[in-house]
Design a protein around this ligand. Structure first.
Ligand code: PYC
Length: 333
């Protein structure tokens, strides 16, 4: 039997399954090098951790790995039901809140190496109000050693630079032409406004179907990110009275993001700034289709757009993945 400890959190409804120790060595290279080794030699662990019957399409995984960059405290590699992510905003908020629960970080700045660059997370101190509420509503029970029953869970993530690659690209789906921007926020996104769809929970099937067809058309028409990179996330935007914008985000494996998508919001902020619709330091509230909100803003450093995304994450379960070598579906369906 192989045993792999895990800790699950969610950020605005989107889950992150954190694996803090890997059952093999990935060498001493950069986190990008470690990702290459994972892809080449250990993809079965991704399948084991995330796929049914143990997991589901909605889960995003995070492997905590040693960083090569000496300025970073942690390295992380994000993965999903079909492969690996460059960066993950909701995942980084979940990672830092989970590390706070585990007693491995304190409020302050935490630098994290990802396969696409270094991000800087700020764990905010707990508000006194939050602490009082948590104490009075505590369910009780046995707390495993080293865990914090009450932990800070609000995190700001200063992302890698984001930018718009292509503007107002036409795509035809079922005879209807819509337009989208191609932008990078740590993953590649196609951002659409003139889709004509209702962005709400009652319409998830149609939103998924439409976004998937857009993605197919991007592939069929050779529309890519920089250097031919596949655009594997599609974002549909709509207005809402509760935030500056609401979005439906379709992830690479056809699950929709329950959070407003940190890298997707970063891509959106880059487009807004490029259109002159967002000022440096201005707060942008992005709501997800389930109603959760991230706050975002940008700074300019060396002519590059640096987004910061703020949200909250909650730990929800912790345990041990058991892999019985005799189980025909033990490594995922
Ligand atoms: O928050 O960046 C994000 C993200 C990417 C995929 C799912 N969530």
């Amino acid at each position: 039997m192989i045993r792999i400890p895990f800790l699950d959190s969610h950020t605005g409804g989107e889950p992150t399954r954190l694996i803090t120790s890997l059952p093999f060595d990935l060498g001493t290279g950069s986190v990008a090098d470690k990702l290459s080794t994972l892809k080449a030699k250990h993809d079965d662990l991704r399948r084991t951790v995330l796929l049914e019957p143990r997991g589901s399409d909605v889960l995003v995984g995070a492997y905590l790995v040693p960083p090569a960059d000496p300025t970073c405290q942690f390295g992380v590699i994000y993965f999903n039901n079909v492969g690996y992510l460059g960066m993950c905003g909701h995942g980084t908020i979940g990672l830092i809140a989970s590390l706070a629960y585990l007693g491995k970080v304190q409020p302050g700045v935490i630098r994290v190496e990802t396969p696409v660059g270094v991000v800087e997370a700020t764990l905010h101190p707990m508000s006194l109000r939050g602490e009082a509420e948590a104490t009075s509503s505590s369910i009780g029970g046995l707390l495993p050693e080293g865990r914090n029953d009450i932990y800070p869970n609000k995190v700001s993530v200063q992302n890698i630079p984001a930018y718009r690659h292509l503007t107002h690209v036409p795509v035809t789906v079922d005879g209807k032409t819509i337009h989208g921007d191609v932008a990078w926020g740590g993953n590649w996104f196609f951002l659409i406004h003139d889709h004509g769809m209702d962005v709400n929970m009652q319409n998830l099937e149609a939103l998924t179907d439409f976004s998937w067809r857009v993605r197919e058309q991007l592939t069929a028409n050779g529309i890519t990110g920089a250097n031919g990179a596949e655009i594997d996330h599609v974002e549909l935007f709509a207005s809402t009275p509760e935030a500056d914008s609401k979005s439906f985000v379709l992830c690479p494996g056809k699950a929709y993001d329950r959070s407003p998508c940190g890298t997707g919001t970063s891509a959106k902020l880059a487009c807004l700034y490029s259109d002159g619709k967002l000022q440096v330091g201005q707060i942008w509230k992005q709501q997800s289709v389930v109603g959760s909100i991230f706050e975002g803003s940008i700074q300019i450093q060396d002519n590059r757009i640096i987004p910061t995304i703020t949200g909250e994450a909650w730990v929800m379960s912790e345990g041990t993945i058991l892999v019985d070598e005799r189980d025909p579906f033990g490594k995922g369906i």
